[in-house]
Design a protein around this ligand. Structure first.
Ligand code: HEM
Length: 298
């Protein structure tokens, strides 16, 4: 992708959320953690050599949007960036709490953000502009409806996280599968009253408390595409039941004082995995590099 397009994507994030010294252009508010990956014993059908062994994990939980001061009560996605392993065979992932993404092209990504630029007279996005965007872009609605209808998670540790993209697995890259992190203790949501009563930083506070008494664990799973599923469009829901392959367990054990310089660029993955056939996926590497360049400069 031309650098110009990456610049335009980061400009679009900065236009809506402002430019904040040292912060990521998206998912600006977050918390660094550490843990470990343990391979599943029953994933023989899918061989990813680096994942046959235990690996260290560096990770970051975040809340969507480019404002470092965003309230944790905001109705936006939760993010989980992970680096599994630390050598040339490491795997970087940036997953969100919604099963589908909000754009399937650079143009739609920019238009989605432009429609949500806070209007100074209203003190937030202009509902008329959001309505017009939604009417013209119906494929973005599953993401928005999911957030509107799903109670926000009680803790970063009690959330499911999704890749949106379908990676390819197998020796001929013939298996298409989205990724999901399923919390071992189950998903736990907050009622509207609980969310209203929570503090603006409750997600970090709750995580610290959770990790003070034990680890937080997820199963890393492949969700295999059915023949009718769209594997090229991260806004397209996959309906109904799907075969699953567990790859292993992610256990998050402690907060980490380091990691702000990490870039969870999903185009870094080990042998045994092939890149999604997906236009949005191709945008991410140059966009994350441009965001990193800007935050490193400030
Ligand atoms: C047009 C496509 C996308 C663009 C332009 C984009 C842009 C960005 C940027 C600029 C960052 C900050 C990078 C950094 O400074 O390290 C970021 C972070 C992140 N993005 Fe995206 N993104 C896109 C798609 C996605 C998708 C499809 C997902 C997941 C389904 C996702 C999940 C995340 C998460 C979880 C983070 C936070 C990672 C961290 O903690 O460092 N993004 N994104």
């Amino acid at each position: 992708m031309p650098t110009l397009q990456a610049t335009a994507l980061i400009d679009a994030l900065n236009y809506t959320f402002g430019r904040h010294s040292g912060a990521r252009a998206s998912h600006a508010k977050g918390i660094n953690v550490r843990g470990a990956f343990t391979p599943a014993t029953d994933a023989a059908a899918i061989v990813i050599p680096a994942l046959q062994h235990p690996q260290p994990v560096h990770a970051r939980f975040s809340i969507g949007g480019g404002k470092p001061s965003i309230s944790d009560k905001s109705p936006t996605v939760r993010g989980f960036g992970l680096e599994i392993g630390n050598g040339p065979e490491s795997w970087r992932l940036a997953l969100i709490s919604a099963p589908v993404f909000f754009a399937n092209s650079a143009e739609q990504f920019r238009a989605f953000l432009a429609a949500r630029k806070p209007d100074p007279e209203i003190g937030g996005p202009n509902p008329e502009r959001v309505k017009a965007f939604n009417a013209a872009n119906p494929n973005t609605m599953p993401h928005q409806l999911f957030l509107a209808e799903t109670p926000p998670c009680r803790c970063y540790s009690s959330e499911r996280y999704h890749s949106g993209h379908a990676y390819r697995f197998g020796s001929k890259a013939e298996v298409f599968a989205r990724l999901m992190l399923e919390p071992e203790a189950g998903r736990v949501g907050l009622s509207v009253a609980e969310n209203d009563a929570a503090s603006d930083n409750f997600l970090a506070d709750q995580l610290e408390q959770t990790l003070s008494v034990g680890e937080a664990r997820w199963t890393l799973k492949l969700i295999h595409a059915n023949p009718e599923d769209n594997t090229q469009d991260p806004t397209a829901p996959w309906i109904g039941s799907h075969d699953e392959t567990p790859l292993g367990t992610i256990a998050i054990r402690s907060l980490s004082a380091t990691g702000d310089d990490k870039v969870f660029d999903p185009s870094v993955f080990p042998n045994g995995i092939s890149a999604p056939n997906d236009a949005v996926f191709a945008l991410r590497n140059p966009a994350y590099a441009e965001s990193y360049k800007r935050r490193a400069k400030q």
